[in-house]
Design a protein. Structure first.
Lengths: 318, 647
């Protein structure tokens, strides 16, 4: 009897504690947000440095010009969409194109709102170091790649040439490409961009040839100049079926996305993030400061902001 | 075929020889018969496709269903949603309290609590540790991690204590829970991430829950152990004095189990802390996220600056709870209440001073930048050690040689073996070291891997584990033996081992890439670094514990140092060495999986891929396979006597 009373009391207590009602799964903000009565914006920062540059500059201006507190969380691309939909982050500043997620969250669930273009155009491709391309000009055509497979062999590529791929989170069709173009290459995933960059730098230091999946804009080009290998030209829809892709990657205008509720009620922060729009060159400048000069993102942003007031003035809400 | 299996059986037989000579002969005979039968009936080849089940379809559907129904289905609105909100609310509450206390208040509180619980030296360590966190410019992330930790540890301790209480009081619960808890403790932290992400999505709630699942089992185990170990005489006396069941529990059993309870809290804290960093992959924020972000820009220095506070938190919490556990045995000091009052008053006073002088957040100009100098050191290392060193070659050459000479043959060998021969091998080795029960579990776990359809990648992971374990054991046992013989060496090693055991595994992923390139070699190297301290420790302790009389008598018989070691110490320390193997295997697996982030490939990569692409189906299958692999490796290396020693 007594035990039952206790159980009932506990159940009641739990219900009372949780307010009896339904929990809103679309308002799952970060526990670290809005401490001390500050207004907080939580930005998703993806693992590559270009994305860090976006968030660093946007964060710096939000903090110093608009008086927000800014939290950043590192999340991979696809999960970031989900976090954005749940309100765990307020904005993604650089999206490389995820049609499936866009359909699901923007069109169907309406929990995410488009935030306009970032002003930077992204392009993925296969690259060889410039010193290698200069010595062997025909390597930049995919048809000649097999000729060099032997020279690109490594311990991990199992007797074939190595095509170095990066983080598993990035958009890639490389396995299908190698198969469909019938190349004598093995895709070796380095598992993270950090690992891939480290490996590329090591190769470059010894002037060894390599073939890698890489993308523009990217600060590493300033340190290790690379030349793109031409794949069969991209045509609209040729990458529709991931298994049958046999063409190059498209040039993608990078876009911003905001949590729908934040886009409507986010005040000057939302307005600012919608207006935020810069250039490939500016992004590279900040990214290089972070990754190469090892400045903290905050310091790098500060330097850029000091020099470019005319650019960012236009982003501030009226 | 028989040539591949018999040497393993032979080596195992030598190990077990003295104890059960005829038993191992029987096992060997049975294995030989099974080999012949298998070769005739089943033939060769990898795991047959018709025996595998493809789960990616149903799992993918489940994942889609959850995302589509999360905002509307009652299960989420009335259950998971509340759990998630409760976690967010509590983490937020703790975080706000920490921020309100300011850096001075938190540091003072840490020092005073440590002083009351553990004494003056731990108190000074605590104050210094928090000051360093601030100096490194990591104050806010440290508080975020601390807030998450406080909630996760509180929940783990509560959950663990309830489970442990049930297991301690009721035999049936104990029998049911024990294998589950034993298993949970050997699983790599990475495998826990996916299921919670599936339900809760990326973010703090998922991170806290994964941490709780990871950190609660030791508390439950130790609570049950303490309750069951209560002195029968005391219990009898309490009963004869007419105490009711509850009185006996509260006044006799629980107080008697104080030591185990505190040890449980200690272990929960350490597990939670190691998970807090790994959980940054699923959005835990705080220090782990800083490490993770720094790795993205290959900034070892910044990663270290965020990693050091984790190590410091771990050292402080470990020392304080450890010392508190030792003190609890002693008689309660007088004036305890007064001491606590002083501590509380001191904290409030410092916090108020901080508040009114407007110094709540750590002053920006009080920070030291270590990232630059660390990065210069790392650059120098990679520039000078990577390749082209005369005679010994550079680290890259070693990595290539290790990959070609060890990893490739082991992997190809395992994958070349017919699937049933692998099962047989697993069973025989487990049987030789343990019991038929451990052998059965191991074989079943391996079978499950085949059924899940990830046989090849699992064997790839297994080959990396085997190679890393071999290196770890060679280096670890040698160092352990040396440390056991030279107290000075042991004193020198202790702080190093402390640091390496608590360092978040992420931090040394990048230096190993810089030294060994991308691939399986760096993954194995990181695993060796991680598992080495535990193996060194256990070996040293085992060698130390060898009966001095036996040592003395062998010396009086004129044995040289080497003979003593080989013929007295090592055989007598055999249980400790087996335990070292067991621990080494478990720890190596945990890091080989994380090695998926640096090109380790195989199962670890599939989990990373699943998390990164939101393709939970692929990740969950790989996660389940990792669980099975962990189970198999633990059971295969579990000595028969382990149960009696642990219980």
């Amino acid at each position: 009897m007594r035990r039952r009373t206790i159980a009932a009391a506990t159940a009641f207590g739990l219900l009372a504690l949780t307010g009896c009602g339904a929990a809103d799964m679309t308002r799952q903000s970060s526990p670290y947000a809005d401490a001390h009565g500050t207004r907080t914006v939580t930005l998703s920062v993806q693992s590559w440095v270009g994305a860090q540059a976006n968030t660093a500059v946007a964060g710096y201006l939000l903090k110093h010009e608009l008086g927000y507190r800014v939290d950043t969380v590192q999340i991979d691309e696809v999960p970031a969409w989900d976090a954005l939909s749940q309100g765990r982050v307020d904005a993604i500043l650089e999206d490389w194109g995820h049609p499936e997620q866009e359909q699901r969250y923007v069109a169907d669930k309406k929990t995410i709102a488009p935030g306009g273009e970032l002003g930077v155009t992204g392009h993925i491709g296969w690259f060889v170091p410039k010193y290698f391309a200069d010595a062997n000009p025909d390597v930049t055509d995919w048809k000649n790649l097999d000729k060099y497979a032997g020279r690109l062999r490594t311990a991990e590529s199992g007797g074939k040439g190595q095509l170095l791929d990066g983080s598993p989170s990035y958009v890639t069709h490389d396995k299908a490409l190698v198969r469909n173009l019938d190349l004598d290459y093995q895709v070796v995933f380095s598992g993270s961009e950090a690992a891939q960059i480290t490996q590329i730098k090591q190769f470059a230091k010894e002037k060894k040839p390599f073939l890698t999946y890489w993308y523009k804009p990217q600060w590493l080009f300033e340190q290790v100049p690379m030349t793109e290998v031409e794949l069969p030209a991209y045509k609209e829809g040729c990458d529709a079926d991931p298994e049958k892709v046999a063409c190059a990657y498209p040039h993608t205008p990078l876009r911003k996305f905001l949590n729908a509720r934040f886009a409507d009620g986010g005040g000057s922060a939302a307005e600012f993030l919608k207006k935020f729009r810069w250039t490939t060159q500016a992004q590279n400048e900040v990214a290089l400061l972070i990754a190469d000069r090892k400045l903290s993102p905050e310091e790098a942003a500060e330097r850029w902001v000091r020099k470019n007031e005319s650019v960012w003035r236009a982003w501030l809400p009226d | 075929m028989s040539t591949t299996a018999t040497p393993a059986a032979g080596a195992g037989a030598a190990l077990t020889g003295v104890v059960a000579r005829h038993r191992s002969a029987l096992i060997g005979g049975a294995a030989l018969v099974a080999l012949l039968l298998g070769a005739v009936l089943l033939g060769g080849g990898s795991w047959p496709a018709r025996l595998a089940v493809d789960l990616s379809g149903p799992l993918g559907d489940a994942s889609d269903w959850i995302i589509d129904n999360r905002d509307s289905h009652p299960l989420f609105l009335y259950f998971f949603g509340h759990i998630s909100n409760a976690v967010v609310l509590s983490v937020r509450a703790v975080y706000l309290v920490l921020l309100a206390a300011g850096w001075a208040g938190v540091t003072a509180a840490a020092g005073l609590v440590a002083w009351r619980l553990a004494g003056l030296r731990p108190a000074l360590t605590a104050v210094a540790a928090f000051a360093v966190c601030g100096l490194l410019g990591m104050w806010v992330p440290t508080m975020q991690t601390l807030a998450l930790m406080v909630v996760a540890v509180a929940a783990s301790v509560l959950l663990g204590a309830v489970l442990g209480l049930a297991a301690g009081l009721f035999d049936r619960v104990h029998r049911a829970l024990r294998p589950v808890l034993d298993t949970m403790q050997v699983l790599p932290a990475f495998a826990y991430l996916l299921p919670v992400v599936l339900v809760f999505g990326i973010g703090v709630p998922a991170a806290v829950l994964a941490t709780v699942v990871y950190a609660a089992p030791p508390m439950a185990r130790l609570t049950a152990l303490g309750l069951r170990g209560a002195d029968a005489g005391v219990m009898e006396a309490a009963a004869s004095l007419g105490a009711t069941g509850r009185q006996r529990l509260l006044t006799a059993r629980l107080p008697l189990a104080r030591k185990e309870l505190l040890l449980g809290v200690n272990q929960s804290i350490m597990m939670a802390l190691s998970m807090a960093v790994i959980a940054s992959v699923i959005g835990a924020g705080g220090l782990g996220d800083r490490v993770y972000q720094a790795l993205a820009s290959v900034d070892v220095g910044a990663a270290l600056a965020a990693g050091v506070p984790v190590v410091l938190l771990a050292v402080v919490l470990d020392r304080v709870t450890g010392a508190a556990g030792e003190r609890i045995g002693a008689a309660p000091a007088r004036g305890t209440g007064l001491g606590w009052a002083v501590a509380a008053a001191g904290t409030v006073a410092v916090a108020l001073v901080g508040r009114f002088t407007g110094r709540l957040s750590w002053p920006d100009d009080w920070t030291v930048d270590i990232a630059g100098s660390v990065n210069r050191a790392v650059d120098w290392m990679t520039a000078h050690l990577y390749s082209g060193i005369p005679v010994i070659g550079g680290t890259a050459d070693w990595a290539a040689r290790f990959t070609h000479g060890v990893l490739d043959p082991v992997r190809d060998g395992l994958q070349w073996l017919p699937w049933w021969a692998v099962l047989l091998l697993v069973g025989v080795v487990a049987q030789l070291i343990g019991t038929w029960r451990t052998a059965l579990t191991a074989v079943l776990a391996m079978t499950a891997i085949g059924v899940l359809g990830v046989w090849e990648p699992a064997l790839d992971t297994l080959s990396q584990v085997l190679a890393a374990v071999a290196v770890t054991l060679l280096a670890g046992v040698a160092t352990g033996v040396a440390a056991a013989r030279s107290p000075r060496l042991e004193r020198l090693l202790r702080p190093v081992l402390d640091v390496f055991q608590t360092m978040p595994q992420f931090v040394y992923l990048i230096p190993v890439v810089a030294l060994f390139g991308v691939g399986r070699a760096p993954a194995t190297a990181a695993a060796v670094v991680y598992a080495l301290p535990a193996v060194v420790r256990i070996t040293t302790q085992g060698m130390r514990a060898v009966d001095p009389v036996a040592m003395e008598s062998s010396r009086s018989l004129g044995a040289t140092g080497w003979q003593q070691l080989r013929q007295v110490q090592l055989p007598l320390a055999r249980p400790a060495l087996l335990l070292a193997v067991n621990q080494g295997v478990v720890l190596v697996l945990a890091v080989v999986i994380i090695g998926g982030l640096v090109g380790g490939g195989a199962l670890g990569y599939e989990v990373v891929f699943g998390l990164a692409q939101g393709d939970l189906a692929a990740g969950l299958v790989a996660g389940a396979a990792i669980v099975c692999l962990g189970l198999m490796l633990d059971r295969v290396t579990q000595p028969a006597g382990k149960e009696s020693r642990n219980a």
